[in-house]
Design a protein around this ligand. Structure first.
Ligand SMILES: C[S@@+](CC[C@H](N)C(=O)[O-])C[C@H]1O[C@@H](n2cnc3c(N)ncnc32)[C@H](O)[C@@H]1O
Length: 451
């Protein structure tokens, strides 16, 4: 039977690690979206999950001085921007505190966490990858927007304030042309309709834009005329790809692709190194802050011309290729084969000859290398949220590189791993960087130096 809760007046005492307001109710601690420290509100407790209560504000009684009017009218319903109603300085303060508290919980003491580096000019319109689902409203009009948090219901909206401004008019023109060409959006319930998603990837440093049209089936009648008409209306698009995804799953992209116009990829650059981005490649979504992040990573590595560098969890080779300019050699390892293909290609287009890349599990590869007496002066690690695995850390402690630079997207696992590495390494520099303004996410770069 569904648990019933009475509404309560609560005070927000903190922000959780997912950016939710922490409140105490007579039923226990309740996490509330869009409620900030110091604020008081009537809340409705919606559900209990894994022993925790989750609720929403029904009426705000006392406002935080840091609360601001959000630019986006649907930021609460969409759930993508937890912090659009919090001023930017307070967002950065929260992120610095989040990293500090994670270190303290893991008993890493006496280390200064530097203030989170935010976007200097405009913390909006930064996203270079925009994924838009399409559907029909009850009047049969084509709509685009975002899924309501935790659902597949599309909230129709024409503008997202954290996306590159160039995306908006492309989406609008595609929808107009779909009507003219009688292409219907895909309906998840009936399985009918052609176009599922639009994905727009923009280059920050070059005037290039890629549009990927995800279709439910292969046949795209009249596509040449459609592409021609779209190119006339949006000459800024430099390449158009059809991605075919016949599956009825949450995964947006299918395996098969067809280039409809241009090269099928765009190019962007980070700290002077060019990277080719195809519809499926991973590329950091904030092109301005990625330079801030990597600049710090390179600075903390204190690279020398004689250094052999290991770039673990290297993706498309971004960190390693930037480091290669200042080092003797770079070896990158990544588990996704396509990313390694991209990394090799990226090395080639930049004429970087002192780098090599291999596909494999970082833990297994470093262990094999260690068993063959291979040693590194500097190791960069940029693992997924779950952090480093045991095999990787144990081998790292065995081969003991002089310097380790840890780039992390999850303070909790970062702190867990630092507590282990701390035995043989001094944790000197901890620098949070805001890669995702308006959200609770924080990236951190840490410099570790052999004791
Ligand atoms: C946070 S991303 C970093 C990518 C890259 N450094 C960048 O900034 O573009 C983490 C990467 O680790 C890879 N990965 C996940 N598990 C891995 C493993 N066990 N061994 C090697 N790579 C792994 C993922 O595929 C992903 O590309």
């Amino acid at each position: 039977m569904k648990e019933k809760f009475n509404p309560e007046l609560v005070k927000c005492i903190d922000l959780s690690f997912e950016g939710k307001g922490v409140t105490k109710t007579s039923y226990g601690v309740c996490f509330v979206d869009g409620l900030f420290p110091g604020e008081e509100a009537y809340i409705e407790i919606q559900y209990r999950r894994a022993g925790n209560l989750f609720g929403k504000v029904t009426s705000l009684v006392k406002k935080s001085p840091h609360r601001i009017q959000p630019l986006c009218g649907v930021c609460s319903a969409c759930g993508g921007c937890q912090f659009q109603q919090l001023d930017y300085d307070a967002q950065l303060e929260y992120k610095t505190k989040k990293v500090k508290e994670a270190l303290e919980r893991n008993k890493i003491k006496g280390i200064e966490v530097l203030p989170c580096l935010g976007m200097e000019e405009n913390p909006y319109n930064y996203r270079n990858k925009i994924q838009v689902p399409l559907g029909l409203n009850k009047h049969g009009k084509i709509i685009s927007g975002f899924y309501r948090a935790n659902t597949h219901e599309i909230i129709a909206i024409d503008e997202c304030f954290i996306e590159d401004v160039r995306a908006k008019s492309i989406v609008k023109n595609v929808k107009q042309l779909m009507k003219e060409f009688r292409y219907s959006p895909y309906n998840e319930d009936t399985g009918e309709g052609l176009i599922k998603h639009l994905i727009i990837r923009t280059s920050y440093h070059y005037k290039q834009i890629m549009l990927t049209i995800v279709t439910a089936y292969d046949e795209f009648k009249g596509r040449n005329n459609f592409v021609k008409a779209l190119k006339e209306r949006c000459p800024e698009i430099t390449t158009i790809v059809q991605n075919i995804n016949k599956r009825r799953t949450n995964v947006i992209l299918g395996e098969k692709e067809r280039i409809l116009y241009g090269t099928g990829h765009i190019k962007d650059s980070i700290l002077g190194v060019d990277f080719i981005i195809s519809s499926k490649s991973f590329f950091q979504v904030n092109p301005i802050q990625v330079e801030v992040l990597y600049k710090k990573a390179i600075e903390f590595a204190e690279l020398k011309e004689t250094d052999d560098v290991f770039d673990a969890y290297c993706g498309t080779g971004t960190i390693g290729l930037i480091a290669a300019k200042q080092a003797k050699s770079v070896l990158g390892v990544e588990i996704v084969g396509d990313a390694i293909k991209n990394a090799k290609n990226n090395a080639e287009i930049n004429r970087i000859s002192n780098s090599s890349f291999i596909v494999g599990d970082a833990g297994k590869v470093i262990e094999d290398l260690a068993n063959n007496n291979k040693r590194f002066d500097v190791v960069f690690v940029d693992p997924p949220r779950k952090g480093l695995d045991e095999k990787f850390i144990n081998t790292l402690l065995k081969i003991k590189p002089e310097r380790i630079v840890y780039v992390s997207c999850e303070p909790e696992t970062l702190a867990r791993d630092l507590a282990i590495l701390n035995k043989s390494y001094v944790v000197k520099k901890v620098q949070p960087v805001d890669m995702f303004p308006m959200t609770y996410h924080v990236e951190t770069v840490v410099g570790l130096y052999r004791k």
